[in-house]
Design a protein around this ligand. Sequence first.
Ligand SMILES: N[C@@H](CCC[C@H](N)C(=O)O)C(=O)O
Length: 291
Amino acid sequence: MPELHFTKGHGTGNDFVLFADPDGLIDLTPEQLAAIADRHFGVGGDGIIRAVRSRSLPDGAAALAEDESAEWFMDYHNADGSPSEMCGNGIRVYARFLVDNGLVELGAGQTIAIGTRGGVRDVQGNSSGFQVDLGRWSLDGGEPLVRAKNLQVARPGLGINVGNPHVVVALSSDAELDSADLTFIPVLEPEAPEGANVEFVVPLDPMVKDGVGRIRMRVHERGSGETLSCGTGAAAAALATRHWAGPGAPNQWKVEVPGGTLGVRMWAAEDGEHVSLSGPADLVFEGTLQI
Ligand SMILES: N[C@@H](CCC[C@H](N)C(=O)O)C(=O)O
């Protein structure tokens, strides 16, 4: 039976199984990926990340055309084996994996370009982890009604794309946020064709302190269920809250998730407004599994 050497890592409790396959020789089926992510019968994780050279897989061609320095590609799959375009926590943990395994060098202040299905992303080390430029974002996905278990009435959501699709919903109180049952997939009306990650947010009190916006968030991730954190979700939640707050709202945000705190910053780039995400990235153990 073939063996797979893996590393387990997480970013604010959003946990991943990572393995190196530089030449793209390991082709796991969705069922095998889901079995690895299974918390009872497998290693367990919210997602699975294959470290593969961009030149070794078809999706990598677009990454290299966008930026020829994007040597490594983050081949990301959710816990149910479905692929996703991007993962904001995952890409920081992936950067840590590449650096710690000597696959890239990333000195202080240096940037590496990483290919993803959502485009090439620049990742930089900082004192507490990594910062990733999620690129240009868009208000995309309309304003569907969202129904989640334990919420009395359907709420209007705001569709935001940061490389992958999100719908952000504002709730009225901490009690409402804490009691929402996110074990079920929130129902969107109209349905999102590609599915969506759904974030529920409430402002902290005060919402803006020392020029920094502050919110709390819980998330139901497409393909993985409720997770302790979602990096792209935190960026979408901060963008939606700034949108609702109107002119004068800050461009820097702290997002509290059940697994910790993430930083989000919006900034003007040459090609439009970008959003960046910062937070920790930890590798916790290694092992070998039978596939
Ligand atoms: N946890 C991730 C997002 C992972 C992908 C997501 N479930 C999707 O299907 O788009 C993050 O930190 O951004």
